[in-house]
Design a protein around this ligand. Sequence first.
Ligand code: R1P
Ligand code: URA
Length: 291
Amino acid sequence: MKKLAPSELVLNPDGSVYHLKLKPEHIGQKIIVVGDPGRVALISSYFDTIECKISNREFVTHTGMYNGERVSAIATGIGTDNIDIVLNELDALVNIDLESRTVKTELTSLEIVRIGTCGAMQKDLPVDSFVMSQYGFGMDGLLNFYQFTPDKEEETLLHELMLQTAYSPKITKPYLVKGSSKLIEKLGEGIAKGITATAPGFYGPQGRVLRLALNDGQLNDKFTAFQSEENRVVNFEMETSALYGLSKLLGHEACTLCVIVANRLANEFSKDYHPAMTKLIQLVLARLTSK
Ligand code: R1P
Ligand code: URA
């Protein structure tokens, strides 16, 4: 069996994984990931008991019990580059024997739910309401570094999106990945759903013009107008495509739910999204741990 070199699987002197600073015993099988490190303490404030709090850089982890289940809340920081680190290190914690540095023969599948904030791309999705990502449309390019073969449904929807938006190769080579059907069904009742456009930035990549002109200033309008059967683009954020892509490749279940903090069509930003975030956290914890 191939032994992973210290330069490839990087461990700290205490045996923890390099960036997350976690050991296998520090995480549960149910994981909630958030961009904002401050959101982790809000999540763990609802745990029945807290077992450990570990942090390094922006990667803050609290693990505890909720409704009889072991749950970890982990901050990823912003962006798909950080998702590459978090997903690979989480997978190493469960699927690589860190002592022998070899991949285990029996693999573990994690349930990973992202609770984020986002900007809505449809008029009927108001600020402070919730939206779930059925698909992640990646404009970030991360998955292009890995061998990924989309299934027929993903391939068809990607083709349709690129066609209807006349997506320019000058921007990036996009990809599209479906979220976990199992988690979407378990967590999604009564929540608006659709395609999430994951951008490699908050400003230009999401069509925001402060002082710089864009290569395609019409892209947001084309996302809003896109329609394919019942599918439409519902929101912009910055992590879901990579989370879905890497989870699918590594054999984990993943889905994203967000509080809408901006409605780009109404030119509106939430006056205070924290009450809505608190509600979403409670809803996800209850549904994720329901038997
Ligand atoms: C941008 O403000 C950040 O907020 C969103 C985006 O995906 C990006 O990370 O999510 P989080 O609130 O989870 O960070
Ligand atoms: N997060 C984003 O990435 N975009 C928004 O518009 C709001 C939150």
